[in-house]
Design a protein around this ligand. Structure first.
Ligand SMILES: [Ca+2]
Ligand SMILES: [Ca+2]
Ligand SMILES: [Ca+2]
Length: 163
């Protein structure tokens, strides 16, 4: 007999005495959850899964696709995560990340609400290039760990989701 409501699984064997002998897989499942692999098309780093898109969209629509997959645009919280994301990209590619100053110019935030602490801005960035409105952050791949640039949110890029 197998009972598996979501994560709780119990395997039972009925003995000739009529007594059910059950093996509880709950701890096995929960402990293996931490090391669980990501869905097909997603890459694992630490406790999270990352998706790098093939097609290009503007920042808002990139984010909507992430949200539709139960994720959000990536929030880069450490140098290790920055290097990992950079490694997902092809040379010289720009990819949308969850960085933006849409609500208050110059106040950069992550879409998940976490503060922007460690930053990886390229030289002279963010620069609101030529006085244009650049409120969305992209990661520009390079041979080291990549750099951030503020870009026009309507530009079309590939993007990276995290969940
Ligand atoms: Ca993150
Ligand atoms: Ca801006
Ligand atoms: Ca810029």
């Amino acid at each position: 007999i197998f009972i598996s409501p979501s994560v709780y699984t119990v395997a039972c064997t009925k003995h000739h005495t009529g007594i059910l002998h059950c093996i509880d897989f709950f701890f096995f499942l929960t402990s293996s959850f931490a090391g669980m692999s990501c869905e097909t098309g997603w890459s694992k780093f630490g406790m999270n899964c990352y998706y790098d898109s093939v097609t290009e969209l503007d920042w808002v629509h990139s984010r909507l696709v992430c949200l539709s997959m139960g994720a959000d645009l990536v929030s880069i919280n450490t140098a290790e995560e920055q290097a990992f994301i950079n490694g997902l990209l092809s040379p010289q590619v720009n990819a949308w990340i969850g960085l933006n100053d849409i609500h208050s110019e110059g106040k950069w935030k992550w879409v998940d609400g976490t503060a922007v602490t460690t930053t990886f801005w390229g030289p002279g960035q963010p620069n609101s290039y030529n006085g244009t409105n650049q409120d969305c952050g992209e990661l520009v791949e390079n041979s080291l760990m990549g750099q951030w640039n503020d870009e026009d949110c309507s530009a079309e890029n590939i993007w990276i989701c995290e969940k």
